[in-house]
Design a protein around this ligand. Structure first.
Ligand code: GLY
Length: 366
């Protein structure tokens, strides 16, 4: 088993990674549980994983109660949050009890936020079941729901007590979801780790095809990178954690244009967004065209969109930039961009002129 620690002083916690870990979750959760009660929050698509988890908790002498929500982004809402908090209060969950978030990014974000506000903060454990949640959203304590005004606009930083990652659960994940999560894996190479990007070029196809050893390696490598970044900048205040937003500003505009729908799911938006960030960096003379083309080629190899056309977006540059203006990263009229001096050479640039971005987007193939 691989264990990675997120070093955050009193809020330090471990991330355990091993194939088959879901079936042993009780062993890891029991020592954390001050009370014997565990509430599990999951979605209706994950019944098999829920049964495995409950059997393992009961073998460890813990009682568990499952709250099963509707799958999909719609559950990250005020209404579901209210219902979930009421259910957790009815169950008599106390601060020392554990709430387990078993699911993808939606469940992790929603349960994390409910636990941030329940009794002013109660303990929770993340058991992410999608690749995207395993390598990104379950680690680092960002929690949120969506509102009419946009995605993730209401939330809190609330770190989990532990993260348990079982790469075997990815066997039942739809390939499109797996590819979307893989975009976040590759992102760590693009940020500051050329050698890992090269590893992805060499091993991405086999990883996507199902090689468990490669999946375990990629998850552990990604989680180590995220743990290091979160430890350096827990609340995204000094520019380090912002690096994780590579591809997200362009991607956000594409997702907004496609209505945050199944037409373009988040990881796909990130892949196309990274291509555009590298393409824009090349157009600005910051990195080589070869690097930008190499990033796009890897997305194509992985079955991910490599730009506007593949993302199914044909809006004008002005319209896409308008979506960017509603990005929650906008501050004092400026939108910070993650640009690159090369693969592994991402940096935060607060001087980007949105007129240049619009002109660059207009010049892209539709
Ligand atoms: N997903 C970006 C972050 O956790 O900061």
């Amino acid at each position: 088993m691989k264990t990675i620690t997120v070093e955050l002083g009193a809020r330090t916690y471990p991330i355990h990674i091993e194939a088959g870990l879901l079936g042993r979750a009780g062993e890891f959760i029991a020592p954390l549980a001050k009370g014997r009660r565990i509430a599990i929050v999951t979605d209706a698509n994950l019944a098999t994983h829920l049964a495995t988890l409950q059997a393992s908790l009961s073998a460890a002498g813990l009682e568990s109660e499952a709250i099963v929500l509707a799958p999909g982004e719609g559950s990250k809402s005020w209404a579901t949050l209210e219902m979930l908090c009421d259910r957790l209060l009815e169950l008599g969950i106390e601060r020392g009890d554990n709430v387990v978030a078993l699911g993808g990014g939606v469940i992790g974000d929603l349960v994390g936020f409910a636990c941030a506000i329940l009794k002013r903060g109660c303990q929770f454990v993340q058991i992410p079941t999608s690749l995207l949640a395993q390598v990104d959203s379950s680690v680092g304590g960002k929690t949120a729901i969506n509102t009419r005004a946009g995605k993730n606009l209401i939330g809190a930083f609330h770190q989990p007590a532990m993260v348990l990652i079982d790469p075997k659960v990815l066997d039942t994940l739809p390939i499109r979801e797996l590819r979307a999560g893989y975009a976040e894996v590759v992102k760590y190479g693009l940020i500051d780790d050329l050698a890992f990007f090269e590893w992805c070029e060499a091993n991405g196809a086999a990883l996507l095809a199902g090689d468990l050893g490669l999946r375990e390696y990629a998850i552990a490598h990604s989680v180590s990178a995220k743990a290091r970044i979160v430890a350096a900048d827990e609340h995204e205040t000094n520019g380090t954690r912002a690096l994780l937003n590579l591809g997200h500003t362009f991607g956000h505009a594409l997702e907004a244009e496609t209505g945050f729908s199944q037409a373009l799911i988040h990881g796909e938006g990130v892949a196309a967004g990274c291509s555009l960030a590298f393409g824009f960096s090349a157009a600005q003379g910051l990195c080589s065209d070869e690097d930008a083309q190499r990033v796009a080629a890897h997305w194509r190899d992985a079955g991910l969109p490599d730009g506007l056309a593949a993302a199914g977006v044909d809006a004008s540059g002005a319209r896409l930039v308008d979506h960017m203006r509603h990005d929650k990263k906008m501050a004092a009229g400026t939108l910070p961009f993650l640009l690159a001096r090369g693969i592994g050479g991402t940096y935060l640039d607060k001087t980007v002129d949105l007129t240049d971005v619009a002109a660059f987007l207009d010049a892209q193939a539709r």
